[in-house]
Design a binder for this molecule. Structure first.
Ligand SMILES: Nc1ncnc2c1ncn2[C@@H]1O[C@H](COP(=O)(O)OP(=O)(O)OP(=O)(O)O)[C@@H](O)[C@H]1O
Length: 264
């Protein structure tokens, strides 16, 4: 069954297109890696799938429903969390909040079954021992895993992640990528993940979309990650090279610059 279907989808802000004429389909359980340069429309597309943005034309279906009728199926992890870190919330409380909000109202006291579920998902993301630690005192990779747990607590059918690896160092990126792989293998959740750097995520990606306002390419990683395709968006120095039997995509985009993995 298709999890997400888009046909000739154009998304606008006050009539100005940010995403134009995009057609694609993602099956249940597949992971889509959404790649593209700054301003390509990645966040716009995922916000529209998650019903945070509604100005679009063409067809968009989430499990065969309009996005705004499928909201309870979607877990969304934004690029920067909206938690006020001056409030001393523990990791467990942050995760439990995901379970509370999903029910449409705010409790002052979190129900024991939600706390129990929060412990379970924290364990799933490998943070069982840190449930009592203050969120603000965690490392970047640990925070990102707590935010994943917060989205997982409501058992979403689709998990949408906006740049889950940005601002993390290489070892934290590998940690978070490993948890995403576990979510895919063990929970079979459909995922849409935006990224500037596709390399740490290639293992989890079933499909890759290269977006640059219009859809440049869409398909299996080996179909999309070809020199000619990558060069058409990122310029003549971009390329795809095999490294130890895996593809490595050099686009000159953020992470590669910051951490010296190659690039322009
Ligand atoms: N709220 C908004 N109002 C008007 N225009 C917007 C709004 N949000 C985004 N845009 C425009 O839509 C286009 C796509 O932006 P979007 O944030 O979706 O790109 P992106 O690929 O996620 O970029 P980045 O990688 O830099 O986050 C840009 O031209 C941007 O200026």
């Amino acid at each position: 069954m298709a999890a997400i279907t888009a046909e000739n989808l154009t998304i606008t802000y006050d009539g100005v297109p940010a995403v134009e004429g995009v057609t694609f389909e993602i099956e249940r359980g597949e992971t889509l890696l959404l790649l593209g340069p700054n301003g390509a429309g990645k966040t716009t597309l995922i916000k529209t799938i998650a019903c945070f943005h509604r100005e679009y034309s063409g067809e968009l279906r989430v499990f065969d429903r309009p996005p705004c009728e499928a909201r309870e199926l979607i877990g969304y992890v934004p690029q920067s969390h909206n938690l006020n870190e001056r409030v001393p919330l523990t990791a467990l409380e942050v995760v439990a909040m995901g379970g509370v909000y999903r029910r449409g109202f705010v409790h002052f006291k979190i129900a024991p079954e939600i706390l129990e579920k929060a412990e379970e998902v924290l364990n799933f993301v490998g943070l069982a021992g840190l449930s009592g630690r203050l969120f603000r005192e965690l490392s970047g990779g640990q925070k990102q895993r707590v935010l994943l747990a917060r989205a997982l607590i409501s058992d979403p059918e689709i998990l949408i992640l906006d740049e889950p690896l940005s601002a993390l160092d290489p070892s934290a990126r590998a940690e978070v990528a490993a948890v995403l792989g576990k979510i895919k293998r063990e929970r079979g959740i459909t995922m849409v993940i935006t990224t500037h750097d596709i390399n740490p995520l290639l293992e989890v990606g079933d499909k890759v979309m290269l977006l640059n306002k219009k859809l440049v390419a869409f398909g299996k990683p080996e179909e999309v990650l070809r020199d000619s395709v990558i060069k058409s968006v990122y310029g003549p120095l971009a390329r795809v090279v095999p490294v130890e039997d895996k593809l490595f995509c050099i686009t000159g985009d953020t992470h590669l610059h910051r951490h010296g993995g190659g690039g322009r």
